[in-house]
Design a protein. Structure first.
Length: 252
């Protein structure tokens, strides 16, 4: 094997090991609490909100508005502060915004989270100010919060929110994405770690949660409210009808 093929093998093993562990957790009921909260929210006429910053925004994109995903979902992003709030576009660049706790309340207000909604928040570190602040805003409003974070990483770094709390401290349910401290899972030679896994495990977790909610609906004798691909015949018509039923706008 070349050094490259060895690295690919080692990274693949790191990913496979984590996905297998998450599969085992799902089989043992480890995701049931989060799935129950999501299902109840939808059954009560609510919506599943998903929020993440940086690469964790990919988790929100897996939850909300994609083919095979749940229709009563909405994605929250920091750019909403510029598109619908008071933040200048010039301040969207860089990592400072996601670390700023002062933007959370405005972002929560822009999102218009309702009383029956559940909030899913992904953050590998679980300590950035906007993430923790958004979770606190959700809890003050009476919403349930589900966190997806790296327990290994979050417990080794200092919180950046004035409350001194981590995302896991606030959430009603916490799911460990199993990423290692620093996210990267292997090394090549003596260089710094490489091969981040949190985006992969978070996407897998998002799909497990979606599968769980869909199964709850089917087990109850209902049709799961799932998106069809807009790029297949009838997809748009199916999606628009259910979006109207659940009060969802794909352009909101």
């Amino acid at each position: 094997m070349t050094q490259f093929t060895t690295a690919v093998h080692d990274f693949s093993e790191a990913v496979r090991t984590r996905l297998a562990a998450l599969e085992q957790q799902a089989a043992a009921g480890g995701f049931d609490a989060a799935i129950d909260l999501m299902t109840k929210a939808i059954e009560d006429g609510g919506v599943v909100y998903a929020f993440g910053t940086g690469h964790s925004e990919a988790f929100a994109m897996e939850i909300a508005g994609r083919a095979g995903g749940l229709i009563p979902t909405k994605k929250v992003a920091l750019r909403d502060l510029a598109l619908a709030g008071s933040l200048p576009l010039s301040e969207l660049k860089g990592a400072n915004l996601e670390r700023n706790p002062d933007v959370a309340d405005e972002l929560f207000a822009i999102a218009k989270v309702g009383p029956h909604d559940v909030v899913l928040i992904a953050s590998n570190s679980g300590v950035n100010g906007s993430i923790v602040g958004f979770a606190l805003a959700a809890k003050r409003a009476g919403n349930k919060v589900v966190a997806v974070t790296s327990l290994d990483h979050t417990m080794q770094v200092q919180p950046k929110h004035p409350s001194g709390q981590r995302l896991r401290d606030i959430a009603d349910v916490t799911i460990d994405n199993l990423a290692p401290y620093g996210d990267a899972s292997i090394t090549i030679g003596a260089d710094v770690p490489v091969g981040a896994v949190s985006s992969i495990t978070a996407a897998y977790i998002a799909q497990i949660l979606t599968l769980g909610v869909a199964e709850r609906f089917v087990s109850g004798g209902d049709t799961a409210p799932l998106y069809l691909s807009a790029n297949i015949p009838g997809g748009d018509e199916h999606n628009v009808a259910l979006e109207e039923q659940y009060g969802i706008s794909r352009f909101a």
